[in-house]
Ligand binder design. Structure first.
Ligand code: NAD
Length: 244
């Protein structure tokens, strides 16, 4: 018997990177797991892949109800879907601000809203949001992305306060730079990918990138009964970068 036996989980953005590592870990620990993503086609069994776009309220509601119907409820919600944006406030047009905030912030609002009726009737309800050290680190060239993750941090604290008496815990993880397909795409686009990788590694005192599995372990802990008294926190998984 493992610690998540009998529990059910929904992971947004679970077809790649941190989300996929998390879905696998929760499944290995006994949970039944649904992955909600734009294209969950390649999601391996026994994960249940559901197509949904977190910017589309109708598709989120359909996917959440499908998962809840299939599993008989939802205990764990991991709001992980997110997109990036580089630049200063001088660089990003309004449309890009709307787009990134729509995915990174409102995506959490829509999915949580849809899952709340199910979380309320679970006696092991937990929400974990994938935030970022960008929320607090003051990273250069990441104005829009940092603002979106700052909102995720504040939203996590507010949701934790709102739902603690309903028995729903809400926490977030703050990863540093994680070796995922997302970062792979950034490196591929760099003039000198090897030098860029070395620079990213050098930013983290541990001297290397964080792995998706390490972030998944932190999410798995926050989602598990072992963290039953922990709500309204941000757990850094950043190689010592933020120094929190
Ligand atoms: P990734 O690009 O490998 O995976 C993100 C997944 O989210 C993809 O499968 C994508 O299809 C999905 N997605 C994107 N938009 C979506 C939408 N509208 N609806 C549904 N699904 C959508 O990225 P990753 O590196 O694993 O990042 C996952 C999360 O971790 C993001 O929230 C990101 O901000 C955060 N994060 C990443 C890092 C990093 O260095 N990789 C650091 C800190 C935080």
């Amino acid at each position: 018997k493992t610690d998540l036996d009998g529990l059910t989980a929904l992971v947004t953005g679970g077809a790649s990177g941190i989300g996929l590592a998390t879905a696998r870990l929760l499944s290995t620990r006994g949970a039944r797991v649904a992955v909600l993503d734009l294209d969950p086609g390649a999601v391996p069994a026994p994960l249940l892949g559901l197509t949904a776009d977190v910017t589309d309220d109708h598709s989120v509601r359909s996917a959440v109800e499908r998962a809840a119907g299939e599993f008989g409820g939802i205990d764990i919600l991991v709001n992980n879907a997110g997109i990036g944006a580089a630049g200063t406030v001088a660089d990003n047009p309004d449309e890009q601000w709307h787009r990134v905030l729509d995915v990174n912030v409102l995506g959490i609002v829509r999915t949580t809203r849809a899952a709340l009726p199910h979380l309320r009737v679970s006696d092991r309800a937990s929400v974990v949001n994938t935030c970022s050290i960008a929320a607090t680190a003051g990273l250069p060239q990441r104005a829009l992305y940092s603002a979106s993750k700052g909102a995720v941090l504040s939203l996590t604290l507010a949701m934790a306060a709102d739902h603690v008496r309903e028995g729903i815990r809400v926490n977030c993880v703050n990863p540093g730079t994680v070796d995922t397909p997302w970062v792979g795409r950034l490196l591929d686009a760099a003039d000198d990918p090897a030098a860029e990788r070395a620079a990213l590694c050098g930013r983290q005192p541990t001297g290397r990138l964080v792995t998706a599995e390490e972030v998944a372990e932190a999410i798995g802990y926050l989602a598990s009964p072992a963290a039953d008294s922990t709500t309204g926190t941000a757990l850094a998984v950043d190689g010592g970068m933020a120094g929190l």
